[in-house]
Design a protein around this ligand. Structure first.
Ligand code: ADP
Ligand code: ZN
Ligand code: ZN
Length: 730
């Protein structure tokens, strides 16, 4: 059929199989009104969807072409710069363009009705007041409480203060009348008088600030500073300078929990508009932050992972704080690393990027060592205190009480008596990780997953931590009928009770996913700990990061030995980072910290390397080992994972890939092998690992496979994913 000339455009949709789809522009819509980066509404499979225009000439008109129904914007919704970035991301990760684009775009903008953004009200204090002033100025204790809370935690919406006082919004309005609060439509702080701290930069800090501010254009920096060396201060000084020049900065942090902390430090010091962006915000708040950053009406954004896609008018620097943190990598669907994308984006925008950490990932460390990144070291704590001393305690020689040795309990008690705080860290919630039969060795497992189930005492149930399925506790062993069914091992719940039993009258605060479920609960818990009351925190991962607890003097780490037996080549890297990060929580103000690690294998060479020397020495050694076995960062890796309820389907899928993959000398293919947890939530998981020393060549292989799998029947009834630069093998 001869093609007739009609107006067509190409758009990207969040669908898995195409990078660009061609649509007709009907005569009722002027093609001139459409430009690349705008949103349009298109019909797709009997549904209307929002799509992004990626080209204004979609190729020839054919009979089956459907027409767009509406144009939602009057100017680019996604700036050309961000679109170019997204296109590069799409090529790197071999993900469909539409999926990349819509990962970045806040949900609000996917509404085909295109409603205008509703108003939100955010409160913050106009000026800080002392305790005395607060008491004098406000008669009502409710108003005092709200003011104090806002002073420490604002800006907030009134519903985020409902746990402080009921009817928070009416108290806020009353305070507004007294002209002590500011009301705004966004979670941001504007133009607070910047207070200058009364310290001068350490020598290392000074060098770092000077080096970074002297660069013009793209340059990646590794800011390798021990915990408490004042990395935040460096970010602040640099960003202040930018903001004074009407430029913008993006700061990425690993977790929602850490955004308020950094946000407040920035807001106190930077004379500009500082906003947060993370998945815990309402979709409206996120949309607003995105719009304002694009218009240049926000100077600094403190964001989690997905903030890397935010458009800016005049972006001048990207900071990735705690760059080693695994949360920067999305672990399902589109598995991007926000840290790696930060470097990619900085390069495109021709601006500096700072990767900060006390325990850099081996990837970053390697780049610094090779001279690809500018390596800035900070080896002094700002409080001039030594790093906490670390002792490995051989628990085989000690009497244990619910998971803690007597010696440890005594030391905890001593700190509490001195008015200090202690932290017991272990990565296992619940009472104990196993329920077992003492006669035949049976262990309770999940029906849906290849894993043991954890005993939770407060509900007297067994629970699977992978699918959250709950089981009753059998009175008799289901294998041999014996009554000697007992729990084995420790979790946070048991440690908590153990400390309460042994150290009467000691306050114990447990922080894990069972006790802290909402952002409000988290905030309350952190507030309580930061108030400085003598207490023992018992917590998981949640407590290991970034938080500054000035009264914390003793950290106890329990149960790290598993990592030594892990099949994942990154296990000790992650363990060393975790240990140093947790240790770094101790002794941060003027107090000396101490760390005790309870271990069954204290003679392991890992401890000698890490504790005898430094993280840098450990990393150099580990890098050497990776080079010897040819694993990342000495190589490039990718994993194709697939799962299905039917084992045969998964096997057939991989068999297809293996037989259809072109030979490639530089790429080693391992597998297909069952995933470390073969059955999870009733699905069978397998994987194929690609490892090679040539990035391009690996990319070619993967690209061939991905195009093979697109629109392929073999993918029916299967969920598969490509993980480039995976951070773990599970
Ligand atoms: P890091 O992020 O490197 O672990 P922080 O940035 O949290 O360290 O700094 C630790 C503490 O030291 C903070 O309370 C900060 O205000 C303070 N600080 C930063 N720089 C200096 C300095 N040059 N002199 C004294 N104190 C400082
Ligand atoms: Zn038994
Ligand atoms: Zn399960």
């Amino acid at each position: 059929m001869p093609s007739i000339h009609r107006n067509t455009i190409q758009v990207a949709l969040p669908v898995p199989f195409a990078d660009g789809l061609t649509y007709l522009v009907p005569d009722s819509i002027s093609i001139e009104s459409i430009c690349v980066g705008m949103r349009v509404v298109v019909p797709f499979r009997n549904k209307k969807m929002v799509a992004i225009v990626i080209a204004t000439h979609g190729g020839d008109f054919t009979k089956n072409l459907k027409a767009i129904s509406k144009v939602l914007d009057t100017s680019e919704f996604i700036t050309p710069q961000v679109l170019r970035f997204m296109q590069q991301v799409h090529r790197y990760y071999l993900m469909p363009l539409g999926e990349v684009i819509f990962t970045g775009v806040p949900k609000w903008f996917k509404n085909v009705e295109n409603p205008s953004l509703p108003q939100e009200i955010w409160w913050q204090v106009k000026e800080r007041l002392t305790q005395e002033e607060i008491k004098i100025r406000f008669k009502s204790t409710k108003q005092q409480n709200i003011f104090k809370y806002l002073q420490d935690n604002g800006p907030l919406q009134s519903r985020q203060m409902s746990h402080i006082e009921k009817g928070a919004s009416s108290h806020c309005n009353a305070l507004l009348k007294k002209e002590v609060l500011i009301k705004s439509d966004l979670c941001f702080v504007d133009a607070h008088p910047p207070k200058n701290p009364d310290f001068i930069l350490t020598k290392d800090q000074g060098v770092a600030v000077k080096t970074i501010s002297s660069v013009d254009g793209f340059e990646p920096f590794l800011l390798d500073g021990i915990t408490g060396s004042g990395k935040t201060e460096i970010y602040i000084r640099l960003i202040k300078e930018l903001v004074n020049n009407n430029q913008q900065a993006l700061v990425l942090v690993p977790e929602i929990g850490l955004t308020p902390q950094l946000f407040h430090e920035f807001a106190k010091r930077i004379h500009g508009r500082v906003a947060v962006f993370h998945s815990g915000l309402t979709t409206i708040a996120r949309a607003r932050a995105w719009e304002k950053a694009k218009l240049g009406e926000i100077d600094v954004i403190v964001a989690t992972r997905s903030g890397i896609f935010t458009p800016f008018k005049n972006l001048a620097m990207i900071v990735v704080d705690e760059e080693h943190d695994l949360s920067f990598k999305q672990q399902d669907g589109f598995r991007y690393s926000a840290r790696d994308l930060a470097v990619m984006r900085a390069k495109m925008e021709n601006i500096p990027v700072i990767l900060g950490s006390a325990t850099p990932s081996l990837e970053t460390f390697n780049n610094a060592k090779l001279g690809k990144y500018n390596w800035l070291r900070l080896r002094e704590r700002t409080n001039k205190q030594d790093l906490p001393s670390i002792q490995v305690l051989d628990v085989r020689a000690h009497k244990m009480q619910k998971g803690l040795s007597k010696v440890v309990l005594q030391q905890i008690d001593a700190e509490i008596q001195k008015g200090n705080q202690a932290l017991v860290f272990l990565n296992r919630r619940g009472w104990s990780p196993k329920l077992t039969c003492n006669d035949c060795g049976w262990v309770a497992e999940c029906d849906e997953c290849d894993t043991y189930v954890t005993y939770h005492k407060h509900i007297n149930r067994l629970r699977c931590h992978h699918c959250e399925r709950v089981y009753g506790v059998p009175e008799f062993c289901p294998e041999c009928g014996s009554q000697k069914v007992e729990t084995m091992g420790v979790g946070t719940e048991k440690i908590h009770v153990g400390i309460e039993n042994s150290l009467k009258d000691t306050k114990v605060i447990r922080v894990d996913r069972d006790t802290v479920k909402t952002p409000n609960q988290w905030q309350r818990t952190v507030d309580e700990i930061k108030s400085g009351i003598p207490c023992v925190m018992v917590g998981t991962q949640m407590l290991s990061k970034g938080h500054d607890f000035p009264n914390l003097t003793l950290v106890v780490i329990v149960n790290v030995d598993n990592s030594f037996f892990s099949l994942d080549f990154r296990a000790t890297e992650h363990l060393s980072q975790l240990m140093i990060q947790v240790s770094g929580r101790a002794g941060r103000k003027d107090k000396i910290g101490k760390v005790i690690i309870q271990s069954q294998c204290p003679e392991h060479e890992f401890f000698k390397l890490l504790l005898g020397k430094s993280y840098e020495d450990y990393a150099l050694h580990e890098l050497q080992q990776r080079a010897e076995v040819g694993f990342p960062p000495a190589s490039y890796m990718a994993i194709i994972r697939a799962r299905s309820r039917d084992e045969k389907t998964v096997e057939a899928f991989f068999e297809y890939i293996v037989t259809h993959t072109n030979e490639n000398e530089t790429v080693t293919i391992m597998g297909p092998i069952p995933a470390p947890m073969y059955k999870k939530m009733g699905q069978y998981q397998m994987q194929l690992i690609f490892n090679g020393n040539d990035r391009k060549s690996l990319h070619q292989s993967l690209s061939q496979i991905v195009s093979l799998l697109r629109n392929n029947k073999i993918c029916n009834n299967i969920i598969w994913s490509l993980d480039l630069d995976p951070i773990n093998l599970s």
